[in-house]
Design a protein. Sequence first.
Length: 268
Amino acid sequence: MAAADPGAPLAPPRKPLSAQALDWVIWGGVAAILLLSFRSAEVEKFGALFAGSDNMQRFGAEFIRPNFGQIGDYVAKMWLTIQMALWGTFLAIIVAIPMGLAGAKNVAPAWLQFPVRRVLDVLRAVPDLVVGSIFVAAVGLGPFAGVMAIAVNTGGVLGKLFAEAVESIERGPVEGVRATGATPLHEIVWAVIPQVAPLWTSYALYRFESSARSATVLGLIGAGGIGQAMFDSINSYSFDQTSAIVIVIAVAVSGIDLLSQVIRGRLL
């Protein structure tokens, strides 16, 4: 038998037949669901987007001519929206740190880890608008309801991400601290937190960017900020004002994204 040529390119690894069959079942199932849900989701109406109705023509004509007559008010409300996102994310971090530690299977016992993970599932599952409506009923209209809506949902997301980061840490530093006779709290403070702090910070910045965007939607329930001005302009068919508001939101979110990139670059 001739020896294999060491310079020849290696053949790509092949999945076993059972794994290939499972892939076909999964992707075939996805395709089947898409086909079955075509009518339910009314995807056949896609052509209506290009039908050239009077409403779409009016919307397009006004949207390409933004009205910046109230730009000062829009900027002030966008700043309020950013403050809502900032405070919501800050409160979410306060919730997520202990729950992230308690939800990590390599730090917390199973009797604590399992229920904490289920609580985080519930916090993530409830939409911001529902949570915001509850807080509007409790504290009235205004930004605080939006802050709490962001805090609840973002707390659930960050708690899960923080727990998964803790579960991926190196065991060496933990065992080293434990060998000195340290308590479990000392292990967390001196061995766990230093490993996950940069990743936690990166996750928090990502969620702040997301919260700045989602906070605009909370204006629909009267939570204040730029979202309320945007929905008022849409309901009054003032699409030129809507266009100006969208531009203000896009500029602000882009600025937040660039700033967070710089911060993450210095941390990681």
